[in-house]
Structures are given as C-alpha cells and as structure tokens.
Ligand binder design. Structure first.
Ligand code: ADP
Length: 661
C-alpha cells in the first residue's frame, strides 16, 4: 500500500495563502533539532509529535531523541520508509513504515502541537537537487554535498497551519495503521482537529499560541547556524589555500618551463621554491637510484646560511635516500638531533652538524618511475620546523614539474643533436651523390668504353688493347678505393670499429707506412722524404693498423701536393702533454689559412669534387681525424698559405716509462 500524493501539496491546496520557501538540508536539520529540543526543554504537556523521515537512515540519526521524547508524551508518531529493520510497531512511540514509492519518501515533516504551543515543518525535496549536486563533484572540500540538498516547504508556528498539517498526517497514519484509529481519534478530540479530512483547524488559523519559553529554541538554532558558518568558513579557507598553492605551483612551473637548458631549469626551480617557502636552503641535484654519491649543483640560500654547493652527499649509506628509493616517496625529518634515521648514520649526523641542518626534507624527482634527482629543503634555525602537509604537497608538485621540465629539456637536447646528425647525414648524402655522379660514373664509363672496344674490335692492335686494359684496371682500382674509404669512414663514425690497442715503436710504424706507399706509387717519383724521430722516444699506445693508415694517408697527401723536387719531413717528439706529437711537413702547394680546419671535412677537396686533377677521394683527412680521436689524440693542419708548404700534426698517447729503442 502506498499513497502517491504529497502532504505539502495537500496543505498548500487547503491553505492557498501559504507561500512555500526554499530550505537547504542543513537549515532543515537545524530547525528540526531545535523543534525537538524545544519539546524536550519546554514543559509541554503530552504534546502531539508527528515526524516523517524520507528514509530509515535519516530517522536513525534522530532515534535517540525520539526515545527521550517518548517520555514526554504517548502521542508520538514516527514515519519512515524502511531500509533494514524499521517496521510498524508501538514500542516507545508509534512507528509507521511506508513504502519507498510513497509520496512521503520525497518529504520531510515535523509537527509539534501542545495546548499552548504549535509549530510545523512541512517540506518536499526539490526535484533534481541531488542530481544537481552530483554534477559538481567536491568543488569545495569540507562542504559535503548532502547538506547542499534543497527542499521547498513551510516552516511556521501558526497554530492553524500546524493543526492542518497534523490532520493531514494523521489521516495517512490511519490508512497505514488502522489499529491506531482510536488513539488518533483521541488526539483529534484533544486538539480540536475535527473530522478526518475536515476543515475545523482553520478556525484557529492565524492564532499564535506560544506562551512558553522559546529561548532554548533560539539558542539551539543559533548554535546550528554558527556550526554551519564555521564549516563554511573552513571550506573557504581550504579553497583559498588550495587556490594559493595552485597559483604558486603555476608560477614556479612557468618559470621552470621557460628554459630548455636542464641546468637553468634546476637552478630556477631551486630559487623559486626556496624563496616561496622561506627555507634556509633549497637544493636540487641530479641522482639516480643506483648512485653512490651526488654533488650538490643548485642551491637557494637565505642570507647568513653556509653554502653547500659543490659538496658531495653520500647516497649509498644514507638512510633517508634509501628510504626514498624503497618507498618511492619523499621523507622529512623534523629534528635531526633526535630522529633515528639521522642519529644512527654517522655520515648524516656529520653533514647535519657541519651545515647546521635542523629540519630536513628530501623529495625525489621522478619521471615515469625513474629517479632523476632530489629536491632538498633545510631549516637551520630553532625551533625545529614542523613540516606542514601543504608544504609537502607543494614540494611534491614542484618536483613533478621539475621532472617533466628536465625530460623536456633532455628531449630538446636530443632533438638538437639528432638534427645536427641529420644535417651531417644530409650533407654526406649530397656529397655522395656528387661523388657518385663524378667519381664513380666517370671511371665506370671509361671502363665500359674500354671493355666494349675490346669486345667489338678483335683486330685492335695489341698495344692499344693493353692501353685499354690498363685504363679499365686503374679506373676500377680508383672506384674500389673510394668505396673502401667511404665504408671505413662510415664504420669509424658509427663506432663499428674494433680497436686493438698495443704498445708500438713509432719508427716501425713509419717504415710500414712508407713501404706501403712505395709499393703503390712505383712509377711516380715521390719527393725526398726525411725522417727525424727524437731519441729515446717512448713507445706509443695505439692500434698499429690504424696508426700506419694515418701515417700513410698524410704522407700520401704530402707526396700528391708537392712536386718531386720538394721535400717531405716526418718528425716525432714527446710534447708537454705526455703525448708523442707527429708532424708530416711538406714544401708543396700549401693551404689557405681559412681552409685549415675545413680540409678535415668529408669530401673536401680544394678543387671541388668535379674538377679533380689529383687522385684521391676527399675522405683521407676525415678518416685520419676519426682514427686519431679514437685513441684520444688530436690532429690539425698548419700552413702559412699558398705554395708555402703544409704541416699536419697529430698526437698519440705514450706508454709511460718506456723508450722506443
Ligand atoms: P684527398 O683524397 O683529396 O687527398 P684528403 O681528405 O686526404 O682527401 O684531403 C682533403 C684536401 O685537403 C685535399 O684535397 C687537399 O685540397 C687538401 N690537402 C690535404 N693534404 C694536403 C697537403 N699536404 N698540402 C696541401 N693540401 C692538402
């Protein structure tokens, strides 16, 4: 059995002058509590109390009061939609269970009537008030959404209205629990509620009969209002704090993200965070989970505080750092003098004492679970600093920003590096096209012409056949060299080369290089070659094959660009940097001073790839530089200009305590 009509609507229908008002749930709770307390406090004689709750759970919150109210009167009726064990019963007071679909489940009523007092609260929950509240999830921490539910209805002390409300509710109660008919009739008689559905209550419509002390009521109401006000105030405070924190995080993040240089990012973060929190020191340093130590790189300092920049922090045996790694969370120490984690570690105690660290916070900078660094805050003055959750949240938020900014900066640096590599690759590609266009195609067509002639003209004189064959052979040799040099350089540049470092006598390497040269250019008469190797030259540490390769290339160049009448000198002596410095000098055509560095570029040839007269690939010096850099040496060229001869220098590490003799 359920009745779908609304008590509020019925009341408004029979008393059309009433104007319903909007109430928040918090206000209704305050009002109903005050009304109930009024009954408890006042000397009302056997009042009629009717309370209707939307659900059992709301009734439960009030049950203890009704238990007490029941000592005041035997005309107490409590209605509710049952959820667990609320049933029709008559133990302390009359309980009336209605179906959840009943119109009453949308309403909230409380009526109190005594001979000298009457008040009523008749309300219905506003449609959509719950739904609306749910759409704004937790906008205001501390304000729970339930108290924001809204009701419309009447709250009044007009006796006539209260009597009418009582009458409507009693009518319903009889329907639900006919056994109470007699008892209800008794109440009707007593308070002149007239016939069921009658209108006798209106006779006393505008009569205010309230000659009892309303002070407790007012007191109670004020207390509730104060409580709500306090809650509101707290909520606003937390909203303001939240907003302030967000602004701070925003401004710091903006400052951090302005730069793409990781060092600047960390520096700005340390300064901004330290300044905003007013700590004595704010440090940021890079650290990985497996690091044993870290060097303090970035620091914010308050005036009068000793700097720790450049200091080395122990990480491996640092209980605070270990805890960060284990828990994946920051740690904070209020007082280093009594915290076990610090006092039990000699290293930490020492640092704390030396740099007067009294309160200590370490927050990890993670990016996708990878530790990138640590943010540290120090307080050095008394009293020890109690870390507030607001501060911790802020540091955490900034650490997150620092992590993202660092990764962004790293990504940018990688991108720049990648761009450079791409540009270099692009240059190589273009050069390769030029080279293939000329260096490969020209000999290839020569070879083709020679071979075709040989094949198509069997009567060709023998000498001419020989010339054709020799041309084809030498051109194919040139192509082979080019392809080989290009592969060598590619392998060296991409690090796909194995190094076999050994102790070598420099003299032997020079001999090998020269013998290779002679076997190659048997027919050209090379310029005279002089060798000047310092006495007691120590052994050098390098890969023998590669060292001979560099020497051969430099001597080969010197021969190529020097007339037969000129001279080539090969010198070797120990320099001031504990290296052997080798010089291959010639008296040939020389190099313009502004070309001294460019000659090491890939495919550089003074004449340009297309106007080549001398043989060569333009890769010799690029290969030599890769080789020399590979063993940690340097290579450079010197020349005072055109026709002034050139000197190529390079260095090789020595084997300490040896001589090459
Ligand atoms: P290449 O195969 O053309 O010799 P390298 O890389 O060895 O290629 O040399 C690059 C360019 O540097 C040469 O083409 C030449 O212009 C210049 N060069 C190298 N060695 C000398 C030298 N000893 N005297 C003058 N110019 C030189």
């Amino acid at each position: 059995m359920s009745i779908s009509t609304s008590v509020l609507s019925d009341l408004l229908k029979s008393l059309p002058y009433l104007r319903p008002q909007l109430y928040f749930k918090a206000s209704l709770t305050a009002l109903s509590h005050a009304m109930e307390d009024q009954v408890l406090a006042a000397t009302l004689f056997q009042p009629l109390v009717i309370a209707s709750f939307q659900r059992e759970r709301f009734y439960r919150q009030e049950a203890h009061r009704y238990q007490r109210l029941s000592q005041r009167s035997d005309q107490i009726y409590v209605l509710s939609a049952p959820e667990t064990d609320f049933t029709n019963s008559s133990e302390y007071y009359e309980k009336v269970a209605f179906e959840p679909e009943d119109g009453l489940s949308q309403e909230w009523h409380l009526v109190v009537i005594a001979d000298n007092y009457a008040t009523c609260l008749v309300c219905r929950e506003s449609l959509g008030s719950i739904a609306k509240n749910k759409q704004v999830p937790e906008i205001s921490p501390g304000l729970d959404t339930d108290t924001g539910r809204r009701f419309e209805g009447i709250w009044t002390s007009e006796r006539g209205v209260s009597l009418k409300a009582a009458q409507l509710l009693l009518d319903r109660i009889v329907v639900y629990r006919p056994v109470l008919a007699d008892k209800i009739e008794e109440a009707r008689q007593r308070f002149g509620l007239g016939e069921p559905r009658g209108n006798s209550g209106t006779a006393a419509l505008n009569e205010y009969a309230c000659d009892i002390d309303t002070d407790p009521f007012v007191q109670r109401l004020v207390t509730y209002l104060q409580a709500s006000q306090y809650k509101l105030h707290k909520a606003y405070r937390s909203i303001t704090a939240q907003a302030r924190k967000e602004r701070l995080v925003n401004s710091i993040s903006t400052a951090i993200r302005r730069s793409l240089d990781p060092r600047e990012v960390l520096n700005v973060a340390a300064q901004e965070l330290g300044q905003h929190l007013g700590t004595c020191r704010c440090l940021i340093y890079r650290a990985q989970a497996t690091d044993g130590q870290a060097i303090i790189e970035h620091e914010f300092l308050n005036p009068g505080i000793v700097s720790v920049r450049g200091q080395t922090w122990e990480l491996e045996n640092n209980p605070l750092f270990r805890e960060i790694i284990q828990e994946g969370e920051g740690v904070c120490v209020t007082d280093t003098l009594i915290d076990d984690r610090v006092t039990s570690s000699a290293a930490l105690s020492l640092i704390a004492k030396k740099f007067a660290i009294r309160s200590w916070l370490m927050e990890p900078v993670f990016y996708q679970g990878r530790l990138l660094g640590i943010v540290e805050l120090h307080y050095c003055r008394l009293p020890p600093h109690e870390w507030q959750s607001g501060e911790l949240d802020l540091v955490k938020a900034i650490a997150t920003q620092v992590g993202a900014a660092l990764i962004q900066a790293e990504a940018f640096a990688n991108l720049e590096e990648l761009n450079k590599q791409l540009e270099a690759l692009d240059r190589t590609r273009s050069n390769l096209i030029a080279i293939t266009g000329h260096e490969l195609r020209t000999p290839l067509s020569t070879i083709q012409v020679c071979l075709e002639s040989l094949a198509s003209e069997p009567d060709m004189p023998l000498e001419l056949q020989q010339v054709m064959l020799n041309t084809a052979l030498s051109d194919s040799e040139r192509m082979r060299k080019l392809v080989q040099d290009f592969l060598t350089l590619s392998n060296l540049e991409s690090g796909r080369v194995e190094w076999h470092s050994e102790s070598l006598s420099f003299q032997e390497c020079v001999d090998l290089a020269l013998s290779r040269l002679r076997s190659r250019s048997a027919e050209d008469k090379p310029p005279q070659i002089k060798i000047q190797i310092a006495e007691n030259l120590p052994l050098v540490r390098a890969d023998g094959d590669w060292l001979v390769e560099v020497l051969a290339k430099l001597i080969d160049n010197a021969c190529k660009f020097t007339p037969s009448s000129g001279q080539i000198t090969i010198e070797a002596a120990r320099n001031s940097h504990q290296m052997v410095e080798v010089t291959v000098a010639d008296t040939g055509r020389g190099i313009e001073p502004n070309r001294l560095e460019i000659v090491f570029d890939r495919f550089y040839q003074e004449e340009g790839a297309l106007r080549r007269t001398t043989g060569g690939t333009g890769l010799g010096l690029a290969i030599s530089r890769q080789i020399v850099n590979g063993w940690g040496g340097e290579i450079w060229a010197q020349s005072t200009g055109k026709d002034q001869g050139s000197q190529f220098h390079f260095t090789i590490p020595i084997v300490q305590g040896t001589t090459g003799d």
